[in-house]
Design a protein around this ligand. Sequence first.
Ligand code: HEM
Length: 352
Amino acid sequence: MLDRISTKTLTAGLIAVTFLVIAIGGVIRIYDAGESCPDWPTCFGSWSFDVSPEEQEIWWDENPDEIDSRGEHHRYTTFQIFTEWVHRLIAGVILGPLVLLNWFLVGRNDESNSATKLAAAVSVALIVWQGLIGWFTVEMDNEHWSVALHLASALAFELSLIWLWLCISRDTHETPKWIEFDPILATRWKNRIAWLGFGSFIALFAGVFVATTPGANTGCGVNGFDSWPLCHGKLFNTIENLENQSQIIHRWIVVIVEIALLAAAWVVMKEQDQHQHGQILRNWIWTATGLFLLNVVVGAFYIFSWTADSGFEEWLSLLHLLLASLTFLVLATVWLSTSVGTLYDTNVETLE
Ligand code: HEM
């Protein structure tokens, strides 16, 4: 029983810490600190983040192959190096070992069923993968697609932990009420939620290209309403370059997903009345729709925040990333809980 309680708590803690690492990853990006540790696992050959400009110069002289696109004369601030250093530290020193420990504890427990053990093993595989992709992102000079892959893998890792948490809750019959769905409604909504989750993920994925392609965040201009909701004063623009115009592609995906979410929010409101626990599913879909809508507003404010002196308010870009990640995770959690069939132990007959 102690193992059960500890793995459930440990998994919940890992979910929270992973979200923190995702947030720090966004901080790295907005401070343009993506290669402030050009090597891995060390940082300028050291285990510390306190690397002076002189020490950076010596290291570049000794490692000319590692010089990134910013050139050999570029110097990173201690704060920039710290963001990258702490991101790796939490991932490698806290998350990595604890995910392994969790897997060990889950495997040792006779009450863990095969799905729980599988979820724990997947989380181990994904943290190893994430470390490799992190290294790859650095090697690839933060190419947009490598960052997009890194973010996608981060979300997959976070989902594996949520899946594990759901499985442990099922094993111990401790699934909280707020994630118990009406079985009939859940069956009907499973595929719809999968599509909504997929759509929100594609919107997020396209957003990473806007954030990491130089100049793409000004791809629709910076002239108030002519730049949002319009793009260079137009509603429709011809696409000539997928990367440079990723912003307009991102926006159109967002429009489609938002319409789908609003439609889902309306339909589930109509359908939930006929079901005993319908409100719970409705609340989750409303939450996802609300988060997505809020994020549209944040995206708009980001465009409006531009000034000639200081550019964009980049903290809005971080908030945008976190809200997008959260929306996807909300939908994916609902899908997982309906799909693994783990959450609703009361059988259908009790409703009839
Ligand atoms: C569980 C482990 C990890 C998670 C969840 C994670 C997650 C993230 C996320 C979400 C971002 C932001 C992406 C964006 O803004 O679009 C990011 C950025 C970054 N991560 Fe990680 N990461 C992890 C481990 C690592 C490791 C081990 C390394 C290095 C070897 C690394 C290197 C980087 C770099 C260089 C960036 C900045 C990319 C840029 O400038 O755009 N990450 N990470």
